[in-house]
Design a binder for this molecule. Sequence first.
Ligand SMILES: *Cc1c(COP(=O)(O)O)cnc(C)c1O
Length: 403
Amino acid sequence: MVLSGNRLTAKVEIASSSAFLNTDRAWVEINQAALYQNVKTIKQLLSPKTSLMAVVKADAYGHGAVTVAKTVLDAGGEALAVATLQEGIDLRLADIDAPILVLGAINTIEEIEAFSRWDLEATLCSPQQAQVFAETLRKTGKTLPVHLKLDTGMSRLGVLWEEAVAFVSLIQQFQELEIKSIYSHLATADENEESFMWLQKSRFDRAIERLKTSLNYTPPCLHLANSAGTLRDRSLHYDLVRVGLALYGLSPSPKFTSMPEGRSLRDIAPLEPVLQVKARITQIKDLPAGAGVSYGHKYITDRPCRIAVVGIGYADGVPRNLSNRLQVLWKGQKLQQIGAITMDQLMLDVTSCDNIQVGEIVTLIGKEGEQSLTADDWAQQLGTISWEILCGFKHRLPRLAKG
Ligand SMILES: *Cc1c(COP(=O)(O)O)cnc(C)c1O
């Protein structure tokens, strides 16, 4: 879909592509009831004056941004955040009219013009960028709601917090720019060591205090917390929280130990994973002892074995580095994956499974009975974080909304 494409054409494209959704091979299931409940659970942690901004960037962490945005708004979420301009436009094309903040930095004139056209809200993170915004908007005669980003220690986007007064007074000179909020982003809120998180909060507070004393200016809205900050401490909530991972039912820090009063994160917010990944068995066969399995023969059968081939691979987002380590669920039982994971297929040892059939479904991430496999399990095995696992599921996997 292109920026300049008209709304109607784009909608027809969306409608026709959904005709191919199916569960013949492999797919992602989105549990909308779980998502709805997670929003309610998170909202219960917030005071009535704090809004929930659902972070649906990167296609809602792989869950499908349109489905997620609609469910979150139904459940009481007040606003949305995306990373890129195109992500914002895609939500508008789906008739979503909630406020949408674009978290990424925008620098070109074409993009700035698109912000007004699509009724999106921009992050401003440098004086130069603010200048370009103001000049571009002056020509169109429009004003744009903007959110000013302060860098309190993440060292990513934003004006250094000590420069907040100069930045705000510059923006105030531009009638084209309407300050809708001032925000910052926490770098270490998902770690056990809390001191840097509190330093960032105190820098944020000091910057806002200086706006009051130097400019007699009070911003209409302040925000600082991501999922970890939101779950961790109410004093980080301010007027709005920007929650991503927790919406999707995962804990930003599975290993948190220092929650208040010795409580676990589960006690504070019992969240349920929203995404499941499933695939079908496409062939079953018996192999003799000593057979090499898959590319490079990284697995050799040490006894006569029955294997199942499954139609999902690394081109779908199952990391090849999990080869010989992945487990999947079949009828509530854990099965071991063997040999190299290939682009489109992987193999399981099903020697112990009575009556396993071609066409049956296995769960790679999700729950079957008492057993579950999570994005955190994969992240731990791979030495990464669950965010990366969720974003890794490719669009070749249809997203099916359930419940
Ligand atoms: C991605 C992002 C968030 C959401 O982070 P989670 O840890 O997934 O809740 C919030 N704020 C900003 C600026 C982000 O880039």
